[in-house]
Design a protein around this ligand. Structure first.
Ligand code: IPE
Ligand code: IPE
Ligand code: MG
Length: 246
């Protein structure tokens, strides 16, 4: 590290980036608490971090970014916090729509939108439809998402197709099962990042992260900047992925 001037950036080989990065955006509440602020201020700061990181991922050429914004378990939180999070999502999506033609990011939503406020559901649909034509970078926002819920829904949908005579149990393969998930058509994540010091999966991409590399850091999500992402990418590039082979 130099004694003077700007701290050096972590070196990343931009020709060997993971195709798909997934992030559990955690630690907003603790970030706010440590500053004597309400939890909602942490969520607002976290939304800004999402903007920074999504823009950076697009700039450096990450093809897919999947973020965990609200889990099927997060409904257990106080109603005021849930509605503040929904309000921030709405605000963010309105800005994203305004920015979309410039950014050329394709947005997708993973999760059951039906329990969300009607206005937010409509915004999610509009954002997804209007950005479908973009091919630069795909951002998947997991909203009311749970990995187990996703797998159960897929099993139900496959069973229904069997009952309807469209397929049969023997025809099911891992690849075909993947087509019943929210993530159909998206390659599995190569790197899953969890900030905030927690080292657990919390029901995120259970099926898809079978062979993902995991990166944990104590930094809370609102403080997770470009340099933190570079550290995660450099760590990923130092791993040896064997997929069960040698
Ligand atoms: C993540 O931050 C945001 C959501 C789960 C919606 P938290 O709100 O979980 O922050 P901590 O974990 O309490 O610090
Ligand atoms: C995971 O964080 C969900 C999101 C970041 C959206 P949580 O804060 O809900 O996870 P736990 O409760 O610490 O496992
Ligand atoms: Mg948390």
């Amino acid at each position: 590290m130099p004694l003077f001037g700007k701290k050096e950036e972590t070196k990343v080989d931009f020709s060997r980036l993971p195709r798909h990065v997934a992030i559990i955006m955690d630690g907003n509440g603790r970030w706010a608490k440590s500053r004597g602020l309400p939890r909602t201020a942490g969520h607002a700061a976290g939304a800004e971090t999402f903007r920074t990181i999504a823009t950076y991922c697009r700039e450096i050429g990450i093809e897919y970014l999947t973020v965990y914004a609200f889990s099927t378990e997060n409904w257990k939180r106080p109603a005021e916090e849930v509605s503040a999070i929904m309000g921030l999502l709405k605000k963010y999506l309105l800005e994203a729509i305004a920015d979309m033609e410039k950014q050329k990011v394709r947005f997708c939503f993973f999760g059951d939108m039906t329990p969300l406020p009607a206005e937010l559901q409509k915004l999610c649909r509009e954002t997804q439809d209007r950005s479908a034509k973009f091919e630069g970078c795909q951002v998947n926002i997991c909203l009311n998402y749970g990995g187990r819920d996703e797998i159960v829904r897929a099993a139900r949908a496959f069973a229904a197709d069997c009952m309807a005579g469209a397929t049969e149990p023997e025809a099911l393969t891992e690849e075909k099962f993947g087509d019943y998930l929210w993530s159909a058509g998206v390659p599995d994540p190569d790197l899953v990042i969890r900030p905030s010091g927690e080292e657990r999966i919390s029901n995120f991409l259970l099926w898809q992260s079978a062979y993902a590399e995991f990166y944990f850091t104590d930094v809370n999500w609102p403080d997770f900047g470009k340099e933190e992402l570079r550290k995660a990418l450099a760590a990923y590039q130092g791993r040896s992925r064997r997929f069960g082979g040698v």
